[in-house]
Each structure stands twice: as C-alpha cells, then as structure tokens.
Design a protein around this ligand. Sequence first.
Ligand SMILES: *Cc1c(COP(=O)(O)O)cnc(C)c1O
Length: 410
Amino acid sequence: MQTLDYSNYFNTYPDKEGRYGGYGGTYLPPELVKIMAEIRDAYNTISRSHRFISELRLIRKHYQGRPTPLYHADRLSKKLGSAQIYLKREDLNHTGAHKLNHCMGEGLLARYLGKKKLIAETGAGQHGVALATAAAYFGLECDIHMGEVDIHKQAPNVARMKLLGANVIPVSFGLKTLKEAVDSCFMAYMKDPITQLYCIGSTVGPHPFPVMVRDFQRVVGIEAREQFYDMTGNIPDVVTACVGGGSNAMGIFSGFLADPCEIHGVEPLGKGTKVGEHAATITYGKEGVMHGFNSYMLQDEKGEPAPVYSIASGLDYPSVGPEHAFLKDSGRVQYFTATDREAVEAFFMLSRVEGIIPALESCHALAHAIRLSRTEPMNSRGILVNLSGRGDKDMDFVIELYGYGEDFKL
Ligand SMILES: *Cc1c(COP(=O)(O)O)cnc(C)c1O
C-alpha cells in the first residue's frame, strides 16, 4: 500500500485522463469520448476563472443560503453517553439536500458554455428536482429522463419538477427504472451535445464528471473544517458520510484528507448480505466498468450490474464513484455498512431527540456514528456526520412501514 501525500492531493488526483489510480477514466463510444474531452477542457478553463468562482460564491450565499450551519448534537451525544456528535446541516441547503451544490455549479457552467438545456436522468427524483431548480435559476430548459415505474412511485417529486418548469420524459423500455433512464438520457445527449449539457447527479460517470461534481461539493468540507475548528479549537476525530454514488461523502471528506483524523464512508446494507438485498458496492463488489467508468461494482455472474436495494432510494446504485474505490485501496478512507433497520432507528432518534428529521440516506452515516458511540469507550471523541438531506420526503414511507418507532428502544 502506497503512502500518499494528501497535502498535494487535489493537484495529483485525478490525472489528465481522469484516473484515480486504476479507477475512473472514460469508457464510451468514440463520439461521446470527443464530447467528454470538450467538456473537460471547457471545465478546466472556466472553473478556474475568477469570474466563475466569484459568481458561484454569490449564488452559494444569496440563493442556496450557504454556509449551512455546523451543529453540535448535544442531547443526542448525552443520550448515547460517549462521543460528541456534530452535524453538518446540508438539510438546510436550499431544496433540502447537498445535491444543489453541484447542480448550481453545472448550471453555471452550462451558461458559460452557451448551452440552452440541462438534461439528466433521475431515479427517486431528488437529482431531477435539484437540476430543475438550477435550470429555473439560470433560465435554461430542462429535460429529466425518468422510468415510468419511478414516475408512478415518486409523484410529489414529479410534480415539483413540473412546477419548476422541467419536462419529465417517461422511459418505457426495459425495467422502466434508473438504469433505463440513464440509457435514454445518453441517447438524447448523443443526438444533440451542442445545445444540451448532461448533468450527472453524483461523483460517477465518465471523466470529467466525477472530478467536477467533487469540486462543486468541496464547499461542504471547506466550510465544515473551518466551523468545527471555530467551535471546538480542534479537528474531528472521525468524519463520516453515507456513500451512494459518493458526492456528499467526497464533499465533506475532501476537507479532511490531509488531517490526522479517521474518515469513514457508510454503505447501505439494506435487508442483508445476499445479492439483491443491499447496495454495499465497496464492501461486496469487485472491479468493473459501467456507465462509462471503472470502479468497484456489484456484478452478476455475467459481469452485468447486479440488482441492488436500499430503503434509501438515493443509495441504491451498483457502482460507486472511482475516487472512493481509490481512497479505499489507499487506506485513507475506511468503509462500513448500516442496515435499513439501523438507518430507521437513527431516523426516529434524531427526530425525537434533536427535532431534526433526517433523510434516510443521511441516516446511514448517523447510524454509524451512533454505533461508534455505543461500542467505543471514547469519551470526548468528536464525530462529524454529514447530514446530507432532510427527511420530509421519507416520512410517509417510514410511518407506513414502522409506525412512529414503537418497536425501537429510543
Ligand atoms: C442522492 C442523495 C444521497 C446519495 O448520493 P451521494 O452522491 O452518494 O451523496 C445522499 N443523501 C441525500 C439526501 C441524497 O438526496
């Protein structure tokens, strides 16, 4: 295992081909490789310009409401009796999750490039809503490709996207869910890469998307490190976040890579360890290519993406951002899992003890912090949790399945 110099990390990774060690890269038909190279060159130039940076800074402040607070969850910490738990409140970012951080960056880039339309796929609709918000802000058109099955399941988010002025394009082939929505969106993009910009929803996909999305999310880690230091005079002992594609995790982790602290990613273990019961890609996957990049991947015998499941629909993806694969192999980040049940317990506990209803995705990181606090005698260890989103979207579903938490010892 190589020892890396994390003080120079962002200048070293990814390399020019978008590789983090052996992961990442661009695995696409030649027409698309050319388009990606153009986006990469444009991104490299524009995102470093003073004008772009100061414009994005103003948007963060006046429109998104950044910086989001850092909050010491004092009652939760006392109740658990060991670690001090701190929450980075991305649930208070406009639209209620971290996803708007990269969507506003992608929207601003589209405007600099003179594009007319933002396009993307969405599964549960969270990325679709964030991108439709960015499109409305920048006065751009917006096409969101969504499987027909998901359109029926996610009526409130479909309504939100339409209110925001986006076209929701139903995808009616195959299983009519996320994977087909990605295929449909790629096809639409190939037809017209000139007036449209494809906006990926996490640190996944071909280069330059993983680095672009990470860079737009770095604001979370930069703010959190400064806020934590102001509040405690120290840096956290553990920084933790849930990992689906990996964008909220890369956002907060990137602030602490060079620090002497532990960094823990948390993957969804769903209902159990069998194929189809979880989406813990780094924990149970092996190297493989899908959606244009190389990373850890959950595969069936034929090397195709395996079926995945999590109670948190934002986490059920059979691959993971290539940078996470790299950070796992380098040993800088450790990866853990949390089950549906552990996440739901955290959902009830934070709601009741702190008056904060968290997204089920974020609950995986929170469940990990709760477990650490219960099992380790570590008194004043400070654990920083990225609370990636708010849980209003999950409320009805949780109550239907688990009531108001009567079965849990809260
Ligand atoms: C989409 C989503 C996630 C998972 O995506 P990452 O790219 O892994 O961060 C996590 N939390 C919330 C609230 C989400 O909406």
